[in-house]
Design a protein around this ligand. Structure first.
Ligand SMILES: NC(=O)c1ccc[n+]([C@@H]2O[C@H](COP(=O)([O-])OP(=O)(O)OC[C@H]3O[C@@H](n4cnc5c(N)ncnc54)[C@H](OP(=O)(O)O)[C@@H]3O)[C@@H](O)[C@H]2O)c1
Length: 277
């Protein structure tokens, strides 16, 4: 699907060393694109580059990586400018770098809240602010990764949801501004996806959050990346992989009160079950 769209194009992916970002990198590589990934950890970046190379259509496709903390505005300016010089300006930018520390609101220290917002929101802002000027001459596509928790406030996700709702608002404004430059903007809202981030959340999140998550279907990172690439090809603004997520999105817009009542009932049930343990 859409192979000609991405063949020979230059794709930048933050958070491309793991999970959804890595699956997207493999997906674009299989469609003939040149891919550069960004994350902090060098070791995972090195392993990811090898995986992405194995997905290539042809050995002429370039795959590269750079260590980068997206929350650090100056580092983003410096490294992304180096990337543009060495690898070429991006035709596609995927902002997948993200973190989540679900916990009860009172247990989330201010530093964790700041780190969540700095990575998920400011990180997305930082890469866009550096790369948009380089994308304007050729046009392109930016996909910012939000979440179902970016349009539905979920128990335990006060910091995460705040950052992901903000990514939705940022993306909507940016879409409108970049349209005249033939730069499309999309926002991807994955449901629970089987990645290292989700496994960590399952280990540390409050019992109520885990109970709510337990009712949802978990998708593979490959499935989410495929849905993203298909949604991009169709020029969709909000891309929600899976029927369940799309249903929640519709229900949240049409019947927000009902959705809140269902969520509250799930929390009450989880608490009751915990008190019987
Ligand atoms: N998994 C889910 O259930 C789910 C659901 C909805 C939305 N999402 C969103 O999807 C995106 C990808 O999540 P994932 O589940 O694929 O997570 P993941 O497997 O943990 O991957 C996260 C990636 O982001 C990088 N990263 C984290 N902080 C960074 C920073 N400050 N600077 C640069 N890179 C950073 C990580 O590498 P380093 O740690 O080495 O930097 C890693 O490459 C996130 O935005 C997440 O919020 C995930």
């Amino acid at each position: 699907m859409g192979s000609s769209l991405y063949k020979g194009r230059i794709i930048y992916i933050t958070g491309g060393s793991s999970g959804i970002g890595l699956a997207a990198a493999r997906g674009f590589s299989a469609l003939g694109a040149h891919v550069i990934i960004f994350a902090r950890g060098e070791e995972r970046l090195g392993k990811a580059v090898k995986e992405i190379e194995r997905s290539r259509m042809s050995k002429t496709q370039r795959v590269s990586s750079m260590s980068l903390d997206v929350a650090d505005h100056h580092a983003v300016q410096e490294q992304m400018t180096r990337a543009v010089t060495g690898f070429g300006a991006p035709g596609v930018l995927i902002n997948s770098a993200g973190i989540a520390y679900p916990d009860y609101f009172e247990n989330i220290p201010q530093e964790k809240f700041r780190e969540t917002v700095s990575t998920n929101l400011c990180g997305t802002w930082n890469t866009c602010s550096c790369l948009v000027p380089y994308m304007k001459p050729g046009g392109g596509h930016i996909v910012n990764i939000s979440s179902i928790a970016g349009f539905l406030g979920v128990f335990g996700y006060t910091a995460y949801s705040a950052s992901k709702f903000a990514v939705m608002g940022f993306s909507e404004s940016l879409r409108s501004e970049l349209r005249p430059y033939r730069i499309k903007v999309s926002v991807l809202c994955p449901p629970d996806t089987d990645t290292p981030q989700l496994r960590e959340e399952d280990r540390t999140g409050p019992a109520e959050t885990r109970a709510i998550a337990g009712n949802a279907t978990v998708m593979s990172a490959e499935h989410v990346a495929d849905a993203m690439i298909r949604g991009m090809g169709r020029g969709q603004f909000v891309i929600i992989p899976g029927v369940e997520g799309r249903f929640i999105h519709l229900a949240q817009r049409l019947f927000p009160g009902l959705v809140r009542r269902i969520m509250d009932a799930q929390v009450r049930k989880a608490r009751k079950a915990a008190s019987h343990e």
